[in-house]
Design a protein around this ligand. Structure first.
Ligand code: ATP
Ligand code: MG
Length: 230
């Protein structure tokens, strides 16, 4: 099997229930052509993050199939699958270590220039420079306290440094102010070029430029279209 490189994402008849709650998603059909941006919107608990978790195989669907570049993700190694996807999850996790370690997680060979570039694109560079030891400042439980928005931007920088064909952003900018959000969106529009982006967001300004918006309700996709259509 070849590593996914183009980044076409396809959900075909995907259903999944969490064994302990019985909640989940039902009969999901979604195709995101390589290079397109899909926005998932819908009420809390509707199943948006669950779709992301299935794509990354944190859980496996009970029926249907998810494919990347036409290949069922079950046939890919978890390493290849997750190498192909840059994820900013709803719950940002920073581990014990420096800002640099956290951004370069999964890319230990990354050089300083690439790290700085990723941090700039994520609008994180200004606050990193203002930290006591810059990139070498310890974060995590025993490190400096970062705000929710700062943590999100570090996580975004990490995802960008991977330079993956698929970028998944689950409420990736929910905790930053409007001005920073706008700056991040401008950067993403540039680096999102030629990349597949799946984003979950509430702010209209975040989703308005998506090629397609899918409305998720009670575990189903109930509407799809462009912003103008919906
Ligand atoms: P939000 O906008 O609040 O992030 P969401 O659309 O991302 O919501 P999901 O997290 O996908 O919603 O949750 C979909 C449903 O599955 C909800 O009813 C939720 O309670 C349930 N659920 C989510 N995670 C689990 C889990 N680990 N175990 C059991 N049930 C879960
Ligand atoms: Mg969610």
């Amino acid at each position: 099997l070849v590593e996914p490189v183009r980044g076409e994402v396809e959900f075909a008849g995907v259903s999944f229930r969490y064994p302990n709650s019985g909640e989940g998603v039902n009969d999901i059909d979604l195709t995101v052509p390589a290079g397109n941006t899909l926005a998932l919107v819908g009420a809390t608990g509707s199943g948006k993050s669950t779709l992301i978790k299935l794509l990354l195989r944190f859980h496996d669907s009970q029926s249907g199939e998810i494919r990347i570049d036409g290949q069922p993700i079950r046939g890919l190694s978890l390493i290849s699958l997750r190498r192909a996807i840059g994820l900013v999850s709803q719950d940002v996790y920073l581990f014990e270590g420096s800002v640099r370690d956290n951004i370069a997680y999964g890319r230990p060979e990354a050089d300083e220039a690439a790290i700085v570039e990723a941090a700039r694109t994520a609008e994180a560079w200004d606050f990193i420079q203002a930290l006591p030891q810059g990139l070498d400042t310890p974060v995590g439980e025993r490190g400096v306290r970062l705000s929710g928005g700062q943590r999100q931007r570090l996580s975004l920088a990490r995802a960008l440094l991977k330079d993956p064909p698929i970028l998944v952003l689950d409420e990736a900018t929910s905790a930053v102010d409007n001005e920073t959000e706008a700056a991040i969106q401008r950067s993403l529009a540039k680096i999102g070029h030629g990349r597949t982006v799946i984003m979950i967001a509430h702010r209209l300004s975040t989703i308005v430029h998506a090629d397609e918006i899918a409305v998720v309700h009670a575990g189903r996709v109930v509407e799809r279209g462009t912003h103008a259509e919906l």
